[in-house]
Design a protein around this ligand. Structure first.
Ligand code: ADP
Ligand code: MG
Length: 157
């Protein structure tokens, strides 16, 4: 599956995230194995809109707390309150400062992603490419002007 979007401001990126978050939480379209969690890798330039997208995405999942750029905290965990959601916890990880994939394994990555109740979104996932599950949803963000962003989704081999 491949999909491409062009957003013209950060509000549109948030809305796109919200729509996709809602869809994923209610219909779980990207889970080949029901025995695993869903990993979403976000790649692309600084200022590409990864965090902005996740702010909408988390709202779409039914999370009330605000998503921040986890500059110093590498991982934050949120409870998904919506009782109709297929998932129960959302983990937000930022690998910007991570030198090696081992750093993410030390956070308990394998345990978290092997639990079907979890959605795990990883900013700068290209830094930990080697350890991403084969069936991850990869979202790429490219700058296409001051306020324009190309956002592409890819799922599966
Ligand atoms: P990242 O997490 O990829 O580094 P952020 O989401 O933190 O990026 O920052 C994106 C920045 O770009 C914000 O300052 C936002 O206001 C700005 N921006 C401008 N246009 C867009 C757009 N179309 N989508 C997302 N962010 C945009
Ligand atoms: Mg960010």
């Amino acid at each position: 599956m491949r999909k491409k979007y062009l957003t013209k401001n950060s509000f549109q990126t948030k809305k796109l995230g919200e729509m996709i978050g809602k869809k994923i939480s209610l219909t779980s379209p990207f889970s080949p194995k029901s025995s695993e969690g869903l990993v979403i890798g976000l790649e692309g330039d600084l200022g590409g809109g990864k965090t902005t997208f996740l702010q909408g995405f988390s709202r779409g999942l039914g999370i009330k707390e605000k998503i921040l750029s986890p500059t110093f905290i590498i991982m934050r965990k949120f409870k998904i309150q919506n009782p109709n959601s297929k998932f129960k916890f959302f983990h937000h990880i930022d690998c910007y400062r991570m030198k090696k994939p081992k750093g993410i394994l030390d956070l308990g990555f394998k345990e978290i992603t092997s639990d079907p109740k979890n959605i795990v979104a990883i900013e700068w996932s290209n830094r930990v490419q080697k350890i991403l599950p084969k069936y991850s949803l990869i979202i790429k963000f490219e700058l296409a002007g001051k306020n324009k962003r190309k956002i592409s989704l890819k799922y599966g081999p």
